[in-house]
Ligand binder design. Structure first.
Ligand code: HEC
Ligand code: HEC
Length: 312
């Protein structure tokens, strides 16, 4: 039996299990190149980005090739320039600064434009609505709720066209800058329980709620009298005075007593009596002139007036 040489691919010469051999073909070209490219990539990556761990630190890339410079604000409010190696935090800072710079241009535009013209400018209003929403949810929504609809017994609704302190731009701005605190004195020492009941019936009659007509007539006279002197704050027409935020008693809007929710006529009378005898010193609208910048207050004013709607 002559030994025949196997033609075909070269092998390492080892044979297992009779016919199992190991080829010595070169690696495919694409594979070799892929290998070189990953190697080059590693070196380039290592030059530009944080890469190898060493001890408790890591290689930071070559300074100058990958430095990021950004402006940061220190704890005591100073602005400082910082240069660091490439890292996610610095990259984020750079993007935030760019965003703030872009925002500032819009804030400046709002600040320089009269209220009425801001409301007419579609681009400006788009900015007012998005920046206003953020400012409102950060500062105002805890009390006035996310949509500004308020909560009976806690804070007024800013989306309706009823304004205790006035709904013009100037009045809304003044409310935000200086804050508001409505005050109504208690009447339990001044008036008899029967008189307080008559006044309550009169107030209910003005809002179209169930009431005792005779008591309401007596209440109307008391309202205008010097004994109770309700007219002094709420006005002879009971529509309220915006300078002191005395509520309009002739509409169906209630802030401090949820009259529509009370089930019986007696419960409604009792709820209003409680306000008249105890007075009101609950509603504190904080002042914002130290916490917000003037351009933020202006933007919020337009947001409340036109974004939430209902401004006058
Ligand atoms: C701590 C709770 C609280 C926060 C926070 C708050 N408010 Fe008020 N706000 C009130 C209360 C309570 C009143 C009603 C005051 C009153 O009846 O005397 C009020 C009244 C107002 C009014 C007047 C409404 C009217 O009918 O005239 C406006 C406008 C207003 N707030 C806007 C804002 C804006 C804008 C912010 C955010 C910058 C804000 N409020 C933050 C509680 C708050
Ligand atoms: C010194 C001024 C003052 C006098 C006097 C006064 N009020 Fe008021 N009243 C207010 C103010 C201000 C408010 C709103 C308080 C707030 O929102 O913080 C108010 C609120 C009310 C409310 C609640 C309205 C609501 O929406 O919940 C009723 C009811 C009311 N007054 C009735 C009377 C009656 C009746 C008298 C007369 C006995 C009277 N008030 C006298 C200032 C006054």
């Amino acid at each position: 039996m002559s030994e025949e040489k196997v033609k075909g691919p070269t092998t390492t010469g080892h044979v297992w299990d009779d016919d199992l051999q190991e080829l010595t073909n070169p690696l495919p070209r694409w594979w070799i190149w892929g290998f070189y490219i990953t190697f080059v990539f590693t070196v380039v990556y290592w030059l530009f980005y944080p890469a190898w761990p060493i001890g408790s630190g890591f290689t930071k890339g070559v300074p100058g090739l990958n430095s990021i410079t950004y402006t940061a604000t220190t704890v005591d409010g100073k602005e400082v320039e910082k240069t660091t190696h490439w890292n996610m935090r610095s990259k984020y800072m750079v993007e935030m600064n760019e965003l703030h710079a872009a925002q500032k241009q819009w804030f400046d535009k709002v600040a320089a434009t009269p209220y009425e013209d801001v409301a007419k400018d579609a681009d400006l209003m788009q900015f007012v609505n998005s920046a206003g929403k953020t400012l409102f949810s950060d500062n105002c929504a805890p009390c006035h709720q996310a949509g500004g609809q308020g909560k009976i017994g806690f804070s007024p609704n800013l989306t309706d066209d009823h304004w205790q302190y006035g709904g013009t731009y100037e009045e809304i701005s003044h409310t935000i800058v200086a804050g508001r605190q409505g005050y109504m004195p208690p009447f339990k020492e001044v008036l008899k329980d029967e008189q307080i009941g008559q006044l309550a019936n009169y107030v209910l009659s003005m809002s179209g709620e169930p009431h005792d007509a005779a008591a309401a007539t007596a209440g109307a006279a008391l309202f205008q009298s010097e004994t109770a002197a309700c007219y002094y704050c709420h006005g002879a027409d009971a529509k309220g005075r915006t300078q002191m935020g005395s509520a309009n008693l002739t509409d169906k809007i209630w802030l401090w007593a949820d009259i529509p929710a009370e089930k019986t006529a007696e419960a409604k009378v009792d709820a209003v009596k409680k306000i008249i005898s105890g007075g009101l010193a609950r509603g504190v609208m904080p002042y914002w002139n130290e916490r917000l910048k003037p351009e933020q207050i202006k933007l919020l004013t337009v947001y409340v007036h036109d974004g939430l709607g209902g401004g006058k």
